[in-house]
Design a protein around this ligand. Structure first.
Ligand code: AP5
Ligand code: MG
Length: 190
């Protein structure tokens, strides 16, 4: 099994690019953000706990998302690998992922990091707010908190994965097609 991490700040294009990647490389897409939004929509206890945190632009507790990821690893078959979108997001989550994969005698295959400047994040999310109606896109201060949370808690993962030689950056500025081609070139080399 291959285990790819699709990394990047809010609005970088992770969800957008993931759909083409999973099709081309026969991967299962796991977006922790989407899984959490489904829990909220279904009104589960987990969803109720996560709702306020997500709508404030904060992270949900590490154990919650770690449990979701492991459940997917256990249940999904008939794929060549997994594409993790929005996970890991803290050093603790990255360590938990390593431990989870070690128990399976597996390891992270590669990290594809989509890079865009902060100003573009705001612009893209404002645009998406008019289309998708995500609760955490609606207010500028919440988006600003998501960006701050990314810099504080998630960006340190770049140094974490750089040490492993499996970290690769892609310029996320350009059309969706241009960014996709850059990602495919990188993926073909793994
Ligand atoms: P999550 O759903 O993961 O949100 P996010 O990381 O903030 O990322 P987004 O989904 O906003 O952006 P994206 O990179 O997928 O961009 P997209 O392709 O949509 O997480 C939401 C929340 O859940 C978190 O804040 C946290 O509370 C919680 N959570 C999730 N995972 C967690 C974890 N591991 N631990 C703890 N808490 C967790 O693109 C954005 C827009 O731009 C779209 O409109 C798109 O059409 C457009 N676009 C994309 N590419 C381009 C392009 N090249 N040119 C022009 N427009 C483009
Ligand atoms: Mg997304």
């Amino acid at each position: 099994m291959k285990y790819f991490i699709l990394f990047g700040p809010p609005g970088a294009g992770k969800g957008t690019q993931a759909s083409a990647m999973v099709e081309k490389y026969r991967l299962c897409h796991i977006s922790t953000g989407e899984l959490l939004r489904s829990e909220i929509a279904a009104g589960t206890e987990l969803g109720q706990q996560a709702k306020a945190l997500i709508e404030a632009g904060c992270l949900v507790p590490d154990e919650v998302v770690e449990g979701m990821i492991e459940a997917k690893f256990d249940s999904v078959k008939d794929v060549d690998g997994f594409l993790l979108d929005g996970f890991p997001r803290t050093i603790a989550q990255a360590e938990a992922l390593d431990a989870m994969l070690k128990r399976r005698s597996e390891a992270v295959t590669g990290v594809v990091s989509i890079m865009i400047p902060d100003e573009m994040i705001m612009e893209r999310i404002k645009h998406r707010a008019t289309i998708e109606g995500r609760a955490d896109d609606a207010r500028e201060e919440v988006v600003a908190n998501r960006i701050r949370t990314y810099h504080e808690k998630t960006e340190p993962l770049i140094a974490f994965y750089r040490q492993t030689d499996r970290y690769h950056e892609v310029d996320g500025v350009g059309t969706i097609d241009e960014v996709r081609e850059r990602i495919f070139t990188l993926m073909d080399a793994f």
